[in-house]
Design a protein around this ligand. Sequence first.
Ligand code: GDP
Length: 324
Amino acid sequence: PNSKLSDGKPRLLLMGQRRSGKSSISSVVFHKMPPTETLFLESTARIQKDSMHSFMDFQVWDFPGQLDFFDPAFDVDNIFGEIGALIWVIDAQDDYLDAINRLNTTILHLQQTYPSINVEVFIHKVDGLSEDYKADTFRDVIQRIQDELSDAGYENAPVSFYQTSIYDHSIFEAFSKVIQKLIPQLPTLESLLDSLCNNCRIEKAFLFDVLSKIYIAADTTPSDISSYEISSDYIDVIVDVSEIYGWDRPSKAAENEVDGEDQIENPDAESVITLQNDSYLYLREINKYLALICLMREDSRGKKGLIDYNVGVFQDALAQVFTR
Ligand code: GDP
């Protein structure tokens, strides 16, 4: 295995023009900064590697106006060689034509050498726009990018578009979609979650990267964003509480050295909260990065043993998926 491959974690690179919102996005998503505090952030300077306690690996790269990043002085291969997705941030509240030109140039360059990189365009800061203007802007950006690429002879470019803001859950939702494309085991994870839901009458189940609140998989029943929102708010509460009251547990590896089996009875954190509308949330720590959150009806409450058992099965299956 390549040591540069950062433990096989999905790798993301965040690019876009100065003030487009890159530092804000990484601070809010990966460092739990309240959105309003980003007003006082220093703008991104050059490459920042963000190594954090997360399921994914993340770099932010600023695009200073005068700098040509295809300059041979840059080790392009080192930067793009192992990237899973390039996220390009466009400020929807600003004049975006220049940003689009740069993005198109970048895509055309990249497709020659790194055709497998997903290009993910975040049309960002949409919180400040009216619904109509927001929809028009979204359409306009997509149109301009697709037209230019197809004029250049590049049809069906692997480019996706999202409307994002750090002031609501849209930035987390977009990151979740981006990350899920990079997880080859996603169909397996989804079917494991589906069967967990069937067996325990769970309405919705998410597998969350705890630190970033990005979900790397969910069961496949359709749901609205509110179940994601409530689950992610719940993670915030749990993380805050466990930062105060948590305790250091031995890592799974250390445990396994003892006798190859789980020695400590149920060592993973677990929490349940009842909601107003006759339903409740169940959270279970899965490994050092991931937690399972299930949204359930009050009537499945008496089945705690059944749920614990099935979650244990799920957890074992998951461990196999990720060591394979
Ligand atoms: P960078 O140079 O690309 O790293 O941009 P910054 O992260 O420094 O952001 C520039 C400005 O945009 C800051 O004042 C942020 O508060 C603001 N900003 C970032 N994201 C959003 C957003 O989603 N909505 C709004 N309204 N402002 C944002």
